[in-house]
Design a protein around this ligand. Sequence first.
Ligand SMILES: *Cc1c(COP(=O)(O)O)cnc(C)c1O
Length: 388
Amino acid sequence: MRTPPTLLPEKEFRSHAPGFWAGRNVPAEDWNSPAWQLRNRVTTLAGLEEHLVLAEEERAGVLLSGRKLAMAITPHYFNLIDPLDPEDPIRRQVIPRIEETWEDPDEMSDPCGEDSHMPVPGLVHRYPDRVLFLVTDRCAAYCRYCTRSRVVSGVGEQELHTDHEAAFRYLEKHTEVRDVLLSGGDPLLFSDAKLEAILSRLRAIPHIEFLRIGSRVPIFLPQRITPELCRMLQRHHPLWLSIHTNHPRELTTEVRAALGRLADHGVPLGNQSVLLRGVNDDAEVMKSLVHKLLMCRVRPYYLYQCDLIQGSSHLRASVQAGVEIIEQLRGHTTGYAVPQLVIDAPGGGGKVPVNPDYVLLRDEQRTLIRNFEGRTFEYPEPAMARLR
Ligand SMILES: *Cc1c(COP(=O)(O)O)cnc(C)c1O
């Protein structure tokens, strides 16, 4: 484990809008407009240097990253960076570094083996009863450790050629599919009308029971979570939403309001975090994050071991770091606050849970367990089971 940061991460919710932006005071109506936020994304070296003094590793990273994964950062998210901290955890997530070009024989362009599980372009069918539907290749901002960097942002080695019609026809035929997860890219970048057309089409398929959306828009672009969008989503229940946040500072008052609107419209919220070195590979940071998530009515769902995506070696933490974080949460805080640590098995095995070992010994007679304090206990098997 890293040594703990000297400052505890912020537990309070702060506002970041309207922002002081490149020396200009942006009017609130601009700042609060999703179109303005998208138009004013930081996408170039010059744009970045208007706001920050870059390290050489970052300058080189920006110049070389354009052929792999585009850089784009919304003003809202950019404003969370502490310009005086070169190790800032927000900065590490979205500003490229030269390490992205390093080659590591363990790394892959498709670490979760999705391309080999696509019966039609853009639809990943790995598990028996549910599918991952990649509806777009664009996001509001780009995470440098993106597991799908091979296809998102429009500059990588591959393109995503999702065939929406073919996907709908596949789903109509495959009655075993009861759960569709819309992801990408970020589905919430679509207009309300376009997203509603997809949701209605899926809702017209009788065997599809459960819809969910994976989105980082509530974090990168909370302005997009309008009352109109929430009312539209509400017409397609049961519809759940998984957000993606990694650091407590990402949960601002604007984000909390956006998440509150979704929850008020009956959308159950989960969070997926990626364990990232120098961002959240620390129990105090994670504890602060999961507590703030509960305050936003979001249930921490998964903590992912970072996928073996090309150019991620500087951001990946050890499995041990993840296990230690879970160990320091389970029992020590609200059960709802504890995410499941998973490794998405390299090459395409799907998500595999990884847990601290609480079972010390198990045989036909008994199970020997330890609790969160390290005390051991014995659970005897029922007499009937012991006779077998
Ligand atoms: C993560 C994922 C899902 C959803 O998995 P859950 O454990 O049900 O959240 C479905 N399909 C694919 C290909 C995935 O990667």
